[in-house]
Design a protein around this ligand. Structure first.
Ligand SMILES: Cc1ncc(COP(=O)(O)O)c(C=O)c1O
Length: 443
């Protein structure tokens, strides 16, 4: 059996297992039966099962045969396991600089002594108190967005912003166009809001607009979710011409643009945001999760004025208001320059981490932005990303495969390395193990 066809069989069985068509515990055909069913040699059948075993999808037991395993927590699903052991987490980015704990201590002390604590005990307006919305508007204006306090809403992180936008502005069954590789959270939001995600392939530094145009001609597309600046996971920054072409397409087909700027602070010289170029059709969602701290759960949405009351109701239905304990601290940091300083320091930190990765992984093909907190590492044809992730897990290193990022049922074989959550020294060591494991697996 040619190499490519044998790998196709592995991928087909892997997809059946991941998508639940083959349930955990299912006993698979014997090696001999598989060989007969697929018209392959016994040796190839054995090799197929060995590969699926290395990917953590099946287990072979003497006397019981080969059966489908309970899914192992890998990649993004492993989040809760990180805290429990000595795992080096290269799946999630929660970049924090050493002085940040002290800054939080100081902010809490200041709040305790000088803040108007009484108001923290009460319900607040859903999208934030007017003076806080004004502070966020100033922050977004410094990014070139044409906003005012009335057109921004405070939410509990960007994921909450995306969820409230989807709940309030889209209907179940609506088609939402997304990049074929995109932020995993959008899949969860779409699933909860019963949206249909349709993947748009990439073309250069952005989505393939011809493919989007063709989609809009054949289907009623309601909105596009995109990350023009610092795309997660590919790190692209869409050039101005492509941004204008996307806006033009959106206007012609009546699309809402949902722009995610969560990582945008890492590229200081980015072209204007979609929300700056086309504020009437763009909802911009962002947060302080990467620039300040993910645990803060502070995010914001800016939208055309007519859409604000609808998003406001979704905030009411979900959290009522983002806790004012959080908004007080975040707005203080936005006003006193702490956020601007952290953004600058994190740009430097991310660049230093990219430099480490560039050195350690120099013999491999990687995709990314020179100042971003992640790297995409496509695997060659014969290497299965799940097998790499499994081997690394045995070495206490968690990496994500492309699966959570893939918006199609055919994830490419690639791993994504989050560089931001461990010390520089641990990162260097972990990446050296990644280089060894990937190298040994046949790079
Ligand atoms: C592109 C993108 N958008 C949104 C989020 C969610 O961020 P938050 O922690 O603010 O909810 C993330 C988190 O990693 C992200 O990568």
């Amino acid at each position: 059996m040619p190499q490519a066809r044998y790998k196709q069989l592995v991928d087909r069985l892997a997809a059946d297992i991941r998508q639940g068509r083959l349930k955990p515990g299912t006993v698979l055909p014997t090696h001999r039966q598989l060989a007969a069913e697929e018209g392959i040699s016994l040796a190839t059948a054995t090799r197929t099962y060995a590969e699926l075993q290395a990917m953590g999808l099946v287990a072979g037991e003497v006397g019981r045969g080969t059966f489908v395993r309970e899914p192992l927590p890998l990649g993004q699903d492993a989040e809760m396991h990180v805290a429990s052991g000595d795992l080096v987490d290269l799946t999630f980015n929660y970049p924090a600089l050493p002085a940040q704990t002290e800054a939080l201590r100081t902010a809490l002390r200041q709040l305790a002594s000088a803040g108007e604590l009484d108001s923290l005990l009460r319900y607040q307006p859903h999208g934030g108190r007017p003076h806080e919305r004004a502070v966020v508007a100033e922050h977004l204006k410094s990014r070139g967005l044409a906003v005012s306090a009335d057109t921004v809403l405070i939410v509990s992180g960007a994921i909450h912003g995306l969820a409230t936008v989807a709940m309030s502005l889209l209907q179940p069954g609506d088609v939402l166009a997304v990049d074929a590789l995109s932020y995993p959270g959008i899949k969860v939001v779409a699933e909860q809001c019963r949206l249909e995600l349709v993947a748009i392939p990439a073309a250069g530094m952005g989505p393939d607009l011809d493919a989007l145009e063709a989609l809009c001609r054949s289907r009623r597309v309601r909105a596009v979710y995109c990350m023009p600046t610092l795309h997660n996971p590919l790190g692209w920054v869409m050039p101005p011409s492509q941004r204008h072409a996307l806006i033009d397409l959106a206007r012609r087909h009546g699309l809402l643009l949902v722009e995610d700027g969560t990582y945008a602070f890492l590229e200081k010289r980015a072209p204007p945001a979609l929300a700056a170029l086309a504020p009437d059709i763009t909802v911009h969602v962002s947060s302080l999760s990467k620039s300040v701290a993910a645990g803060l759960r502070f995010g914001f949405v800016s939208a055309p004025p007519a859409l604000i009351p609808r998003i406001n109701r979704a905030i009411r239905a979900t959290v009522w208001n983002t806790p004012s304990l959080v908004t007080s601290i975040a707005c203080q940091w936005l006003q006193d320059g702490t956020v601007a300083r952290l953004e600058r320091d994190k740009r430097r930190d991310a660049s230093a981490r990219q430099a480490i990765a560039g050195r350690v992984l120099s013999q491999f093909r990687t995709v990314g932005h020179p100042a971003s907190y992640f790297i995409w590492m496509p695997m060659p044809q014969e290497v299965r990303a799940d097998a790499v992730a499994m081997r690394l897990r045995e070495e206490n290193i968690l990496v994500s495969t492309s699966q959570p990022y893939a918006m199609t049922s055919q994830p490419p074989h690639a791993i994504r390395l989050a560089l931001g959550s461990v010390s520089h020294a641990s990162l260097q060591q972990a990446l050296e193990v990644v280089a060894r494991v990937v190298g040994n697996l046949g790079y």
